[in-house]
Design a protein around this ligand. Structure first.
Ligand code: 4AD
Length: 466
């Protein structure tokens, strides 16, 4: 094959050398009939390509052909690298390619349903442009999602999904180093794993079945199977009814389950070290991506402590009470109370990342272990970024008779989970774990306002395409 050079790697070292590049047409500009400019883009890098009739390098027809190529078409260019005296505006690379040959390998339709430049502007830039009387269309969320393949070409979106990949990668690397084993559990299961109404039901060859709302039951069964510590990265399905900024019908779950020696705090210790390492690594290694996101969606870096703050639920509601917000001590926090507590925690402790633990048992799933000293509360926790939940976790009930009682008390049909309960009859260690929503982590780390921004092809109650 011929030697290809990535646009991001075409630089002064290649001066006077011939290169072969492939990219998308970002802009075209004819200057009279004898000169044309073309900016090509590849993986976020852009380069200016020049067509000049003067030195018999190209024909007038070629100038016309190249400068009338539609935006986002894919082209291959052969040419010589040159270094202009003046800095180049509107391209990342500070060198040019003097075009010899150009081939269009895929033509984009001339009227794209989304103008990518408009889709890439920040709210402040849009306001400024509108005030200056510029014609521009605000690209709304629905249009973006309808034409997602175009929308994800913006620098901010490229950054978001590279960050998402990093979060997943750090999660995996950290846990492997801590002796966890990566597993995969079935997504077609007989009974619902979390209970409640948010379950997709389906017909499994004549038997009623569900799409897994979490790997909960099977990750615990893996602990019964002697792995000691497991994690899973996989799809999670929730038949959510409400249309909110933070609920999807399908998301990616980062799940952990581990043996506990003495205390559910051992599980929170993993959360603590894992997420401090993750935030450190994102800040250190993803500067370019974070800058691209920040340019369109400005946000302040996340404030977090070296040792993650832990508050009990009771301490949390006491803080709310002092701020004039009354919360049922045996109920759950609603979204508004969670946000408010997030603010209070930030003011008092200077962190936007913290753990709230010892929740009332009544608001936790049936498999949650009650506190030994007060069964109205439980060995459970939620974790928050900027006042919104990203994780829930707990110690689990590993005593089969008690698990049956708890399931019945929570209105679960015990026979649909009998194989799960039976798993604890053959000897089961105390254990606990947690589940993280990947899209939520990215959304809240970057202070984005909608979870659809951090899901490549989001599924919500109104959307199953593209
Ligand atoms: O709080 P959830 O429902 O907890 C569980 O699934 C437990 N099995 C976890 C455990 O190990 N105890 O979900 C865990 C996380 C939430 O904190 C949230 O980040 C995310 O999953 N999540 C959602 N993300 C997007 N859309 C939804 N509809 C979500 N529901 C939960």
């Amino acid at each position: 094959g011929r030697k290809w050079t990535e646009i991001g790697l075409v630089n002064e070292d290649l001066k006077d050398k011939e290169v072969l590049i492939r990219g998308r047409v970002q802009t075209t500009r004819p200057v009279g009939k004898n000169i044309g400019f073309l900016v090509l883009r590849e993986k976020g890098f852009t380069i200016q390509c020049v067509l000049t009739v003067a030195d018999n390098l190209v024909s007038r027809q070629m100038v016309k052909f190249a400068t009338s190529l539609s935006r986002e078409s894919h082209v291959d260019i052969e040419g010589i690298v040159s270094v202009p005296q003046d800095p180049i505006k509107g391209a990342s690379q500070q060198v040019e390619v003097q075009v010899r040959k150009i081939y269009c390998i895929s033509k984009a339709v001339p009227n794209l349903p989304i103008n990518i430049d408009d889709a890439a502007r920040s709210e402040a830039e849009i306001e400024k442009a509108l005030q200056a009387g510029e014609q521009l269309v605000r690209v709304n969320q629905d249009t973006r999602l309808n034409y997602r393949v175009l929308d994800i070409r913006t620098p901010a979106n490229q950054g978001i999904f590279r960050i998402q990949c990093q979060v997943e990668n750090i999660f995996r690397q950290f846990l492997l180093a801590e002796g966890f084993v990566g597993i995969h559990t079935p997504k077609l299961i007989a009974g619902s794993s979390e209970g409640g109404a948010a379950v997709f039901r389906l017909d499994y060859k004549g038997q009623p079945a569900c799409l897994a709302q979490s790997p909960q039951l099977h990750k615990q069964m893996a602990i019964c199977g002697d792995f000691g510590r497991v994690f899973e990265i996989g799809p999670v399905f929730r038949a959510e009814d409400s249309f909110t900024h933070r609920h999807l019908c399908e998301f990616t779950g980062l799940d952990v389950e581990m043996e506990i020696k003495e205390h559910y705090f051992e599980v929170m210790d993993i959360v603590d070290r894992l997420f401090v390492a993750m935030f450190d690594s994102l800040n250190e290694n993803c500067k370019k991506e974070l800058d691209a996101i920040r340019k369109q969606y400005p946000f302040e870096p996340l404030k977090y402590l070296r040792k993650t703050l832990r508050l009990t639920f009771q301490e949390g509601i006491q803080m709310l009470k002092e701020a004039g917000v009354e919360v049922d001590p045996l109920g759950d926090l609603n979204t508004e109370a969670e946000r408010k507590l997030g603010q209070l925690v930030l003011e008092k402790y200077g962190t936007e990342f913290y753990i709230l633990h010892r929740y009332p048992l009544a608001v936790r799933p049936f498999y949650t272990m009650p506190c030994y000293d007060d069964p109205a509360y439980s060995n459970s926790f939620d974790v928050f970024i900027r006042g919104e939940e990203i994780i829930s976790g707990a110690q689990r009930v590993h005593i089969p008779e008690f698990l049956t009682t708890r399931a019945e008390a929570c209105g679960i049909e015990v026979k649909t989970i009998s194989t799960y309960i039976d798993s604890f009859r053959y000897g089961a260690p105390p254990h606990g774990g947690f589940g993280v929503g990947l899209e939520r982590v990215v959304m809240l780390f970057c202070a984005l306002n909608n979870i659809r921004k951090t899901s490549l092809f989001p599924r919500d109650p109104l959307r199953i395409a593209p």
